[in-house]
Design a protein around this ligand. Sequence first.
Ligand SMILES: C[S@@+](CC[C@H](N)C(=O)[O-])C[C@H]1O[C@@H](n2cnc3c(N)ncnc32)[C@H](O)[C@@H]1O
Length: 291
Amino acid sequence: MFRSIRLLFVVALLPGLLITPLHHASAQESKPPSGQLQAQPSDDAVFQRFLEWLPSARPANDTPELTNQYRSHLKSGGASDAEVRRQMGIIGRLLRERADGWRFIFNNVYASSTPSFVTQPNALLVATVEGRKPGRALDIGMGQGRNSIFLALKGWDVTGLDVSDEGIAVARKNAERAGVKINAIRETIEAFDYGTGQWDLIVSMYEPFPVTSTEYVERLRKSLKPGGLIVLENFAPEDTMLDWTATDPGPLLVAFKDFRLVYFQDTFAKPDFVTPQEKRHLVRMVVEKRP
Ligand SMILES: C[S@@+](CC[C@H](N)C(=O)[O-])C[C@H]1O[C@@H](n2cnc3c(N)ncnc32)[C@H](O)[C@@H]1O
């Protein structure tokens, strides 16, 4: 699914040349150059319109389907190809800054009756906890809870957080069905209090979040117990343009240099969040907090 989100980010960075005849502008509009009849909507207006449209979108199996729906919506409103690209680029950029966009997007994906995400636990996580004494685990961006429920079934005390209300609702339902308790919290990565010395295990699977910032790595490190593990898997960037939803293997190693490296793989393999699966550039890492 992130393939097209990422395409959305990298392809749509070219500024549009033409004005858009879209309706319902809600934020201030930029001034049109002389001779043009209508102004391009400002970045805020573009993002606001996208958010306003999302609840009315048909439930989509994945984000490509959803973003294609929005492209068609813009086109049917009379926007040129260049303007569609411009607006999708703005939306991609602002999704980085405003977690609410992800909330609406994943609410839609998780509400689909035939969602195209994997429901089995992540294989790296399964291998990592094999034979390990269960403790307290934090699943960041737990989605529909496949990893949280697996851990709970293995005896872990699991807290999962996600910005998506639908994801949290599905996770709770799945946990109930599986006969386990999980603490599922509707919260953003940015706002959640990770605490100090709290976790034996942190799970970060396919998070569209820049995981290599010094401030974020320090939050993770502080919140782990000594000897606690972080298990991470994500897409790696596949082009040279800024691709912030992916995790660059080099900077990842540097960012986590104060941890003990337990496992690292920079590989081409089938991602285990989206279906159908094609081989993609992935990064997998397990690190341990030093005592
Ligand atoms: C690709 S899904 C992965 C879900 C889960 N980790 C898995 O592997 O099944 C990314 C998840 O991150 C959540 N998410 C994205 N940005 C977030 C943020 N800023 N705070 C909390 N959750 C976020 C989304 O709602 C979505 O459920």
